[in-house]
Design a protein around this ligand. Structure first.
Ligand SMILES: [Zn+2]
Length: 141
């Protein structure tokens, strides 16, 4: 996986801005007490992860799409691989798959959502960001 691809940032839980810093407090989504907890800013490039309050509510749409895709895939797989199984068994397998992968899908939905709106900028602060920070400082003074 190329280090500057969005897939790298998404599946390695890396900063969407620099692809080097960690995104979550805990890398393991199955540690349920800290599942989905983001760091406030990237420890490497120091850019914030939350552009506005409630930004990550949109990640639930991604999580929903992932759950539907996973459930459909499991159901089709059971039809192909185990055609004689009762529908209840197929539905049970779908539920087990969705519940079993829910923590992972929750984490990945946040990194996907962040990568939809944040682009790669590298570790060093860009000229545009420097100018914007200067404008903010001069507006305060
Ligand atoms: Zn970063």
């Amino acid at each position: 996986m190329a280090e500057r691809s969005k897939a790298y940032s998404i599946f390695r839980y890396k900063c969407p801005h620099c692809h080097e810093g960690e995104f979550f407090v805990d890398r393991n989504p199955y540690h349920l007490s800290t599942a989905g907890d983001l760091l406030e800013a990237c420890p490497v490039c120091h850019r914030k992860y939350t552009p506005e309050p409630g930004f990550y509510y949109g990640g639930m749409y991604v999580a929903y799409a992932l759950a539907v895709a996973l459930g459909t895939s499991i159901f089709v797989a059971t039809i192909v691989l185990w055609p004689s199984a009762p529908v209840a068994a197929k539905a049970g397998l779908v539920c087990l798959g969705i519940i079993g992968l829910a923590p992972w899908m929750y984490a990945i939905s946040k990194t996907i959502w962040a990568n939809l709106f944040m682009s790669y900028k590298g570790v060093a602060i860009t000229e545009k960001e420097r100018l914007r920070a200067e404008q903010r400082q001069s507006a305060r003074a």
